[in-house]
Design a protein around this ligand. Structure first.
Ligand code: APR
Length: 279
């Protein structure tokens, strides 16, 4: 277990490292458990890493198949869609298939269970999958939209897709987007692409929750994409404890109270189990 006490004599900025190959750590710090036990409002802020153990590649993993020569950020823009709608729609249908064929993992399930252990818990996610909801979390704030709510590129009206996962080939394929039943425009994924604004109401509610909470978990996010990346800092500035769960170093390392180094699907059930034992 590696400890990095950046402020001597303080419990702040503890780096609690993974041991062995289990993806877990020896012990969840008791100060963290006590802070969680005393917290009136907890925010759980998640990124792609929370869904990694469900088999969904993170955003910065290399793309495979038809998309291996692209980088995700080059496909996730309105310009890319307008330039080549079949390429971009095919990519999102392939991702939607992966998500619908996946199941929530122990991290999603522990987060939903944690909501029953604390007075108030708000889930704020950058993910466009629905794995938090399928694990039982409610009122999840989706900052970057959803794979499951396509709409017309031109008139903005929503579009219904057939239920169940689309049947896409393993390596993906180009696919013509459906046309809007109202105006005939291209249907686009309901994602907030690079260069687009986040839904104002959702962002404002997420910022407010971050400012109001006592403890914030930042789970499986590289903390590189603004404005979402501000959320843990808003919580910290307002005096909340910030707990990071991530196997690797991130932009948040120096600003969190505790960094739990390891897999979310291992560490969050461990936090939950230790919390219930300490209550
Ligand atoms: N448990 C916890 N964290 C993990 C795990 C795991 N099992 N596996 C990977 N991670 C971590 C990685 O170490 C990395 O820090 O998850 C993080 C994933 O980072 P990104 O792929 O950058 O995802 P995210 O932070 O969600 O990206 C933010 O960027 O491109 C946009 O819109 C996209 O919502 C996305 C946003």
């Amino acid at each position: 277990m590696m400890r990095n006490m950046k402020k001597s004599g303080s419990i702040e900025n503890q780096d609690v490292g993974a041991t062995g190959g289990s993806g877990g750590i020896d012990n969840i710090p008791v100060q963290l458990l006590d802070a969680l036990k005393d917290a009136g409002h907890v925010v759980v802020f998640t990124g792609a890493g929370v869904s990694a153990e469900s088999g969904i590649p993170t955003f910065r993993d290399a793309l495979t198949g038809l998309w291996s020569r692209f980088d995700a950020e080059a496909l996730a823009t309105p310009e890319a869609f307008l330039r080549d709608p079949e390429l971009v729609w095919g990519w999102y249908e392939w991702r939607r298939m992966q998500v619908l064929r996946s199941l929530p993992n122990p991290a999603h399930i522990a987060i939903a269970e944690l909501a029953r252990q604390v007075p108030e818990l708000t889930v704020v996610t950058q993910n466009v999958d629905d794995l938090h909801e399928r694990a039982g979390s409610t009122a999840v704030m989706h900052l970057h939209g959803s794979l499951h709510s396509p709409r017309c590129f031109d008139c903005g009206r929503t579009h219904s897709l057939p239920p169940g996962p689309p049947n896409e080939p393993e390596g993906g394929r180009r696919l013509r987007p459906p046309l809007c039943a109202h105006c005939g425009g291209w249907v686009r994924p309901g994602i907030v692409w690079f260069g687009e604004s986040l839904p104002e109401d959702v962002l404002a509610a997420a910022f407010a929750a971050a400012r109001a909470c006592d403890l914030l978990f930042a789970i499986g996010t590289s903390g590189l994409v603004q404005p979402a990346a501000r959320i843990p800092f808003l919580a910290k500035q307002a005096g909340a404890k910030v707990v990071q769960v991530n196997p690797t170093a991130t932009a948040l390392d120096d600003d969190c109270t505790w960094s739990l180094r390891g897999a979310a699907g291992v560490l969050l059930p461990q936090v939950l189990k230790d919390l219930t034992q300490r209550k």
